[in-house]
Design a protein. Sequence first.
Lengths: 133, 339
Amino acid sequence: MLNFKKIRLMTKLAVYEKKDGKEDIHLSKYYKTDYVRFQTLKSIITATIGYALILALIAFYRLEYLIKNAVVLDYKLIGTYVLGFYLMTITLYGLGSIAGYSMKYDASRKKLSRYFKLLKRLEKVYNESTHES
Amino acid sequence: MMLQLLELRERVKNFYQRYDAYLLPIIKFIFAFIAFQTINKEIGYDERLKALPIVLGISLLSAFTPSAVMVLLAGVISVLHIYFVSPILSVIVIVILMILYFLFARYTPRHGYVLLAIPVLFLLKIPYVIPILLGLISTPIAMVPTSCGVIIYFLFQIIKSAVTMQINISIEDIIQLYTHVIDSFTGNRQMIMTIVIFALIIMVTYFVRKMSFDYAFEISILAGGLTSILGFLISYLVLSRSDQILSMILGTILSVGLVYIIHFFRLTLDYSGAEYAQFEDDVYYYYVKAVPKVTVTVSQVNVKHINVKKSGKREFSDPDTDETEDYDYEEEEYNNKDE
């Protein structure tokens, strides 16, 4: 005989696993610090790539000037500027990632705990049905 | 009048529930087709990519894949079109798109479609739909992809004008072309104003929606539209482009109407979307179609009530939101049956 209570629980679990749950379950494999650190590292790397590309655009834009004045350029000043803006970008993205991904992790944990609550209830239903039969 | 509309909504809902497995790809196909055709019309330099079988093929592909694929395909096609006339310009486009992705767009993966929708809707003269809609259904974080979309639109406008410039292969010409693109890109006041106004629209719509008075949703749509009209009015007067004012006002009114229609059906379409689940236990395989219980019978309609419910918690839907209300109710029903 079909156990409707069980089917309903399993459906809910399956639907969750298919949608939000996929990500939540994936996240739950990490410790919070590991997850946040990994994501922050990724953000910093992509921010670095983006920064380098912008730098390349600017350099190409100023190419004529750069070539003309290649000898007399104040490389120290340029280097300081480039590095300074880079550090600012990295800090911004790093801190933003730490805050953002921590929040995301906590939210997913909350959803996951509800999922486990349902799982537990399913287990109970299972036990009951095996007792009956 | 209202009753008829609500009945229509019920009917649409039932239809959607029955056929949503087929409807969703069809709707996506139509959107993809419109998007690709618009791209081809606007920057269709390569005749080969404009061939109908190809457009139909990639639209079909987009219909059955996640929306990110559609955005990616649109990007690839646009770049290929530009590559056909000027490889240099296509490199510039790729670099700028990569910057946008790496620095901004990758943080809002769920809003990827906005990047494609804004340029396309700009060409259809109703880009205002997106910020109003996002203010209504999303959070202010949606400003990020919206701004990226605006930048992409103006980037392609600049590229389009740059393509007409005489292009030779000498280094000087390339640098001149490049300088022209970057100059008109960074000095584009209209782009910056559009970004600011779109961000404002999202904020206004979002905060009005969050307020707790009657018809907050409807009023927030109107507030968004009003912000749009005022903002662009000021920006066009400052930029002395008053020829665009009329089309802007008409576009905004049309957008407000469209958003209202979407809002009217959203409850229906969003939450009656059936879920298909597959699982098994020791005895059976189950192929379950789970249909959420959000029914509004025409006789006991209360529009405000539905909205309140919607704004409450559905946005970050939990695995078991409907558990407390629907679940118990269902259980009772089944228990009775058993007895």
